[in-house]
Design a binder for this molecule. Structure first.
Ligand code: HEC
Length: 126
């Protein structure tokens, strides 16, 4: 009986820990859109007329990009035009005519892109 009980208790301990780590470390659309709402949607939304056709007020609209094509490449933050704009490696730097985002917000957006741009729809992650 002991040999059966031990692996079970280890598994019971590890599963919630793994879920906790996942929740803490993988940003979700909910986290990213909070930044977009504060700093970008005044120019990049349906209501604002969307600069260069790029909308950042909606998940699927953000993924489909603007007049010049996609700006978010799942799994490739370094190659995503949106990140290049945030870092000023592509100009004009975004947010347009405003102070750059703080490093921790840019890093959050990058890890969201590298994680494949998850969108839990506001529900708890698996
Ligand atoms: C004050 C208005 C304004 C704000 C705020 C703003 N943008 Fe822009 N954005 C523009 C304009 C205007 C352009 C077109 C500039 C150009 O010719 O590339 C643009 C272009 C872009 C592009 C390139 C689109 C393409 O298809 O090439 C990206 C990506 C972008 N913005 C992301 C952002 C992000 C992310 C934020 C918030 C952190 C943001 N913008 C905030 C006005 C704004």
């Amino acid at each position: 009986m002991i040999s059966l009980r031990l692996p079970f208790s280890i598994a019971a301990l590890l599963v919630p820990l793994a879920a906790y780590a996942e929740n803490k470390e993988t940003p979700d659309w909910v986290d990213v859109s909070a930044i977009f709402n504060a700093r970008c949607v005044m120019c990049h939304s349906k209501v604002a007329g969307a600069s260069k056709g790029l909308r950042l007020d909606d998940y699927s609209a953000a993924l489909s990009g603007g007049e010049r094509g996609v700006v978010l490449l799942p799994g490739d933050a370094a190659g995503s035009e949106l990140v290049l704009r945030l870092r000023g490696e592509s100009t004009p730097r975004m947010p347009f005519l405003s102070r750059p985002l703080p490093e921790h917000q840019i890093a959050l957006i990058e890890s969201w892109i590298n994680a494949g741009m998850p969108n839990s729809g506001g529900v708890l992650k698996q």
